[in-house]
Design a binder for this molecule. Structure first.
Ligand code: SF4
Length: 368
């Protein structure tokens, strides 16, 4: 499989995807870009949020670029962050040409609506000149007309249609000697998403794949649907970047993606698809002597910013607490009126609940 380097210009932190690289997490900015976004306070807030997403494990951030004004604003942002930003372009190839004047990390275009071959060719030439990779983003909701006709005529099914749309676009890219390509074939249907990724891999083993169920729904439904689709693919080594598309915050999209990658690691007993803290926490019940809900909630943002493969157990009482805490790298559990802190399998301190925050943080820091 080929590798694709995203973020080769400006101050960008290069991200390499494909082959045996870690799977990279993406999310998508959920607000419209306006010219005010380049003004002081607004700009600072955007960059702060991007930095936070980066610390949580997001490696690529996509923005909708519906017009030239948005392209100029996104272009301005590319100069203020090291996160490779991705421009999502529909309908007008001129927007793609414009954003390529800036150090954009990657383009995403949709073969169903970007226009004829000449327009695609113009974008490819400029992207090649600037060293910018392109994702061919096929979406079940916006397939090219001629492919839709094949479905209507019963010649292919929807899974085959997703792959066919991608293969036709790849052929145009190949005609133009453009090889810095990533492909996605997204559907809001779990089976179509999975089958398309697997079918594509049988036809083309070399191009990195971006995977995810699109328009997957609100938080819980979207996480479940994406997990159902992506877990098996990732366990089989299919997928080089992923996005958990949710009607919810970008932060939750990143957290969901991290948790799926950690689950894949756990299942395969490796750490080669992602990294981060694995959190074991009990659901709490009437026996608890330590409030795991409050403690876990309070520490969640910090734990998601730690880029280490460690296991942290946060437990409510003596029933299951000591054993889980002992098996984790760091464990904290209620035991009667006290809180026991475990590190590397042994009780390190016995403290009061009031002391738990400071001691817990110190213990985590010994692993960093
Ligand atoms: S560890 Fe204790 S508090 Fe937590 S769910 Fe189990 S029995 Fe309840």
């Amino acid at each position: 499989m080929s590798e694709v380097t995203i973020g080769t210009r400006g101050n960008l932190k290069s991200v390499v995807i494909g082959r045996d690289r870690h799977v990279v997490i993406q999310t998508m900015w959920k607000d419209k870009l306006t010219s005010d976004d380049l003004k002081n306070d607004s700009c600072k807030n955007i960059i702060k949020r991007i930095d936070n997403l980066s610390s949580m494990g997001c490696g690529l951030l996509r923005f909708a670029v519906p017009d030239i004004e948005a392209a100029c604003v996104l272009g301005g942002l590319t100069k203020k962050t090291s996160m490779p930003l991705v421009a999502d372009i529909h309908f007008d190839y001129n927007i793609a040409l414009k954003i390529l004047d800036y150090p954009i990390g990657k383009l995403r275009i949709n073969p169903g609506n970007i226009g004829g071959r000449e327009k695609v060719r113009a974008v490819l030439e400029k992207a090649k000149d600037k060293g910018v990779p392109i994702r061919i983003g096929v979406n079940g909701g916006s397939l090219p007309v001629e492919i839709r006709r094949l479905i209507e005529d019963g010649k292919i099914n929807r899974t085959e249609a997703l792959v066919e749309a991608a293969m036709r676009e790849i052929a145009i890219f190949e005609e133009n000697n453009f090889s810095d390509v990533v492909v996605s074939m997204k559907s809001s249907n779990i089976k179509e998403t999975v089958d398309a990724a697997r079918l594509f891999r049988t036809k083309n083993g070399g191009i990195p794949l971006h995977i995810g169920v699109t328009e997957a729904g609100p938080l819980i439904a979207g996480v479940v649907r994406n997990t159902a689709a992506l877990f098996g693919l990732l366990c089989d080594g299919i997928g080089d970047t992923l996005r958990i598309s949710l009607s919810d915050s970008m932060e939750n999209e990143v957290i969901a993606a991290r948790e799926i990658l950690l689950a894949v690691n756990e299942n395969k007993n490796t750490d080669n698809v992602g990294e981060g803290v694995k959190i074991i926490s009990c659901p709490r019940c009437g026996r608890h002597s330590f409030d795991t809900h409050a403690f876990t909630g309070k520490w969640l943002p910090y734990l998601y910013s730690v880029r280490k493969n460690i296991t942290v157990a946060i437990m409510g009482c003596i029933v299951n607490g000591p054993e889980e805490a002992r098996n984790a790298d760091i464990g904290i559990t209620g035991v009667g009126k006290k809180v026991h802190i475990f590190s590397n399998g042994v009780v390190k301190q016995i403290i009061s609940a009031d002391e738990a925050d400071a001691v817990f943080k110190n213990e985590i820091e010994t692993f960093l």
